[in-house]
Design a binder for this molecule. Structure first.
Ligand code: URA
Length: 226
């Protein structure tokens, strides 16, 4: 399927991006979805969490990570000593992809064409936020942002040096003198961990350990921000 990637406006800040993304038609997911679910959090956030795509409740409420996975994420952030209100939380794809059934809407993993179409929004978020740490929640975000061959199971919990593509673009295209010093590029770190939904799906006997492993990874993030 040939999608034309989204073309976010520049120089409009997060609220301007959110407003523009509300009308995004870069792929077909907008049509059955209720609304675009853009990222949320303060422009001053030093850490950005990237999930996969909104789920059923996120689609209805228009906010990321407010359903069951979000409640688990909230608890894990608290246990790791990270304040959710200080973080920016977003998704690799900003519309809910689902298969409708009479009883409920069943989550479908976004395809490469959806990630590609939606990617400019994520890059625009990075360009505004200039985060110090980016946390990929799950394989979809990690494969999109680190490498298609990335394996969460093998490489989770490690801080990897990383250059956000949106930041690289903003710096390459911007040689205004006002921008010299305080905006000098800092090192950005990337860390990937399990998706909270994967923990909810983990069998009872293994769930507590899976949760503890998520919290341990988030403590690495907390330490990097300290
Ligand atoms: N899962 C995600 O990846 N993102 C959300 O916003 C909610 C659930």
């Amino acid at each position: 399927q040939e999608n034309v990637p989204a073309q976010p406006p520049t120089g409009v800040g997060l609220d301007g991006l959110r407003a523009a993304a509300a009308g995004c038609r870069a792929c077909e997911l907008w049509e059955p979805a209720t609304q675009t679910v853009f990222g949320e959090g303060p422009e001053t956030a030093r850490v950005v969490f990237v999930g996969e795509q909104p789920g059923d409740q996120e689609d209805r409420k228009g906010e990321p990570f407010v359903g069951p996975a979000g409640r688990l994420l909230d608890r894990a952030l608290g246990d790791a000593g990270i304040e959710r209100r200080d973080a920016y939380i977003t998704n690799a794809v900003k519309h809910f992809r689902f298969t409708p059934t009479p009883k409920r809407r069943i989550h479908q993993t976004p395809g490469p064409e959806h990630l590609r179409a939606c990617r400019p929004w994520l890059e625009a978020e990075f360009a505004v936020l200039q985060p110090e740490v980016v946390v990929c929640l799950g394989a979809t975000a990690a494969k999109a942002l680190i490498s298609p061959s990335f394996r969460i199971t093998k490489e989770r919990g490690q801080l990897l040096p990383w250059t956000p593509p949106g930041v690289a673009r903003a710096e390459a295209g911007d040689d205004s003198p006002a921008d010299d010093d305080e905006d000098a590029p800092h090192q950005t770190w990337m860390l990937a961990t399990t998706h909270p939904s994967a923990i909810l799906r983990t069998p009872d006997e293994a769930r507590a350990a899976a949760y503890d492993a998520l919290v341990a990874d988030l403590r690495v993030v907390a330490h990097a921000l300290a």
